[in-house]
Design a protein around this ligand. Structure first.
Ligand SMILES: [Zn+2]
Length: 432
């Protein structure tokens, strides 16, 4: 059918509820922890094959990405490389010159918190309208929903004027340059995109946080513990820097506020930015004064500051603390920035793709959209920051992402698929 009966489209998707749940269970069972994305991608490919679409799969090429301002070397790249970590894209060609749309999702999930789960994280359990499993909410649920949305459009023979691309990518949990950035650089640059991260329909995600990792090397001077007067304890010096970083965190929290973040989670109010020292290592023997200690941390912040400004804040805190210390002023600690290096983004909520997604989300759920985001890094920034392609997050409701007993609400999977299908129709338009 050229024109679309919106109710029929909604009903057909609702009829696929069981298939949607089964597909999500199959995706979860692939245990696609970052670095092991391939089995989940094979599930996606087999679904796309049954639609008869031409499928493009490719491993990210680090050399082609290296010069991009959004690139950084991820720890999963360092650990596993990019071989056998395919991205997947398939396009349903439009029949006219309508606007193109990409539906995108990451298939990697974070590791399981061993011993904390009540449910088997890799074997979906359904209870009280919820589906439990690792990745159910973040974000294999969104991936399953977008596949079902496109399958239903295909089944109904809906002819869109613009191209509709379905894309599944790797390593979002580790920063995403090998995933969405790689797809953009391969040429998948639509007029608009939707990432089906769990925005919690009818809520729509419109921002992400900046995230950077840093490492501080604190020098000391080794000596036998019994001649400790001859040494300088690097662990002791590191605690000074820890306190300085903690003070900086408090000062930044008092100064920085971002409403969309605490609209998403009221507990985030006053904590929209956060600086966490996550590891501390130092010394090699109880009876030796340690000659080095190393702190590693993460700083996250909502839209409003550049990476350079945030880096300068952290470096000044370390420098000032060092200058007030006799030893450290002569032996300054070194700071390195490594791993995650993501700038924040904020999407204009007046963008047409956002207005369409919102209208459909509200019509389908009967609820009212809240625009949320800005507390964590995500892939949407690649579209919005570097390619000027508007890209909101539109996805299901659930909880406990990255934690134990992660779940997604099954009703919201169906609602996500319906919202996506209708928004694709509205954006790409149907053929005359
Ligand atoms: Zn995610």
């Amino acid at each position: 059918m050229a024109s679309v009966d919106r109710d029929v489209l909604r009903d057909r998707i609702a009829d696929r509820r069981e298939d949607l749940v089964d597909l999500l269970g199959e995706l979860i069972a692939q245990e696609s922890v970052t670095g092991n994305e391939k089995p989940a991608q094979e599930v996606v490919v087999s679904r796309l094959e049954s639609l008869g679409l031409e499928i493009d799969t490719w491993d990210p090429d680090v050399e082609e990405l290296r010069d991009h301002p959004g690139f950084f070397e991820t720890s999963s790249y360092a650990d596993y490389g990019y071989e056998d970590r395919p991205n997947v894209a398939a396009t349903r060609p439009g029949t006219g010159d309508g606007r193109s749309l990409t539906l995108s999702g990451h298939v990697d999930v974070v590791p399981v918190n061993e011993g904390e789960w009540r449910y088997d994280p890799w074997d979906a359990t359904i209870e009280d309208g919820r589906l439990y499993g690792r990745g159910s909410n973040d974000m294999l649920g969104g991936v399953a929903s977008m596949l079902v949305a496109v399958e239903t459009l295909e089944d109904l023979g809906v002819e869109l004027a613009g191209d509709l691309t379905v894309q599944t990518t790797v390593e979002e949990e580790d920063g995403g340059p090998g995933g969405v950035l790689s797809a953009l650089e391969r040429g998948y640059q639509p007029d608009a995109a939707i990432i089906t991260e769990p925005s919690g329909l009818p809520n729509v995600g419109m921002a992400s946080a900046g995230v950077m990792y840093f490492r501080v090397r604190v020098p000391g001077k080794s000596a036998h513990a019994a001649q400790g007067y001859a040494g300088v304890n690097a662990i002791g010096k590191a605690t000074k820097l820890y306190r300085a970083l903690d003070d900086l965190d408090r000062e930044r929290k008092a100064r920085i506020s971002y409403e969309p973040a605490f609209r998403e989670n009221p507990k985030l109010e006053g904590h929209e930015t956060n600086l966490n020292v996550g590891t501390i290592a130092g010394g090699d023997w109880p009876s030796t004064v340690p000659s080095e200690a190393v702190l590693e941390g993460r700083i996250g912040w909502p839209p409003g500051e550049t990476r350079e400004e945030v880096r300068a804040d952290v470096e000044a805190a370390v420098r000032d603390a060092a200058e007030s210390d006799e030893w450290l002023s002569d032996h300054p600690p070194g700071i390195e920035w490594f791993g995650w290096n993501a700038a924040p983004h904020e999407l204009d909520t007046d963008a047409e793709i956002v207005r369409l997604a919102r209208a459909n989300a509200e019509a389908i759920t009967g609820g009212e959209t809240t625009f949320t985001g800005g507390s964590a890094g995500n892939d949407e920034r690649f579209y919005n920051r570097y390619y000027d392609i508007p890209c909101p997050s539109v996805g299901p409701r659930g909880d406990n992402i990255h934690g134990a007993d992660e779940y997604v609400e099954i009703d919201s999977l169906v609602e996500t698929a319906q919202t996506l299908a209708l928004t694709a129709v509205d954006w790409c338009r149907t053929a005359e």
